[in-house]
Design a protein around this ligand. Sequence first.
Ligand code: TXA
Ligand code: MG
Length: 350
Amino acid sequence: MQTKVWRVDPHSPDPSQIAEAAQAILAGQLVAFPTETVYGLGANAFNRDAVRRIFIAKGRPAQDPLIVHLASAALLPQVVRQIPPLAERLAALFWPGPLTLVLPKHPAIFDEITAALPTVAVRVPAHAVALELLRASGVPIVAPSANRFGHVSPTTAQHVLEDLEGVIEGVLDGGATTVGVESTVLDLTCSPPRLLRPGGVSLEALQAQIGEVLYTPRFTSAAEELAPQPSPGLLAKHYAPRAELWLFTGEREGVSGKMRQAAVELGKTGRRVGVLISEEQQGSFGDLAVEVYLLGSEKRLDDMAKRLYVGLRALDRQGVEVILAPEVVAEGLGLAIRDRLRRAATRVVE
Ligand code: TXA
Ligand code: MG
């Protein structure tokens, strides 16, 4: 199939283009669209076949539930059985925005969406294109990140086409997304609430508003998944580039040294190396034959988050075989960057 591309202004998209995309959604087709975090692969939440096609298009396992997107918090009763006061408060504070709330699901929500869980994940995205599409189609839209399962999430329409061209009916091209990593997923069906995935709204911002939030990260990094397996290439990685990703942990002075040493050793074996680093680290690699992708200053975690997936895809395109990256501080958006790098890593160097 031919994938149609609608090029739209990210701030005020042309209503006729939005109307065409909305018609496609209502016809049960798959349309990718920009949100403030990453591009989503959209389908009408109330069309079971369309929802099923998302899993096929992405190669996504059925046990991985989808996020339902709404045009406004006022539509929550369509998808959620019961709205606790805390959900109302968080919606008022953070929507539209990169916060996904897990709540008891409405009986109208298909099992395919929630992987048969009694809960549903829902958010209102802060992007004019996403919101206009939601309004024009008049239905909730389920949308996972618009990448092949396990691959790096897309932050441009070009990234979407790299993974899904010919497999989906269309993409609304609204340029690069602004946050660059996915939404924060917060489970409100337990007390205190539990952070399931760090993302665009920081843990600190949530704690400042609602007090205690549980966060007990359990990484099955690709490295751990790979350990006992004879055939690493076949196993599921997440948020991962094609290249191997080696993640270096510990304090920064030591980290740059260890990364430099690894780059030199790998270079001797003839492997092409890329480094995904901060501006502050740049000096340590200037004289080496490595591809360098700068995430920006360590003082600007929002810039680093915005450039993370772009950087992983760029280094892949340059054909590097091993990407070396430092672990980022666990504060603000750094927590989300840290989470994604951990999950993408094929090796963690302590
Ligand atoms: O920023 C985002 O959230 C993007 C944009 C497109 O909105 N979407 C996104 O979707 O990242 P996806 O499918 O790549 O990630 C959805 C996450 C998964 O980690 C999934 O396990 C979790 O949300 N999730 C969905 N429903 C859930 C539920 N009922 N309970 C717990 N976790 C759930
Ligand atoms: Mg995803």
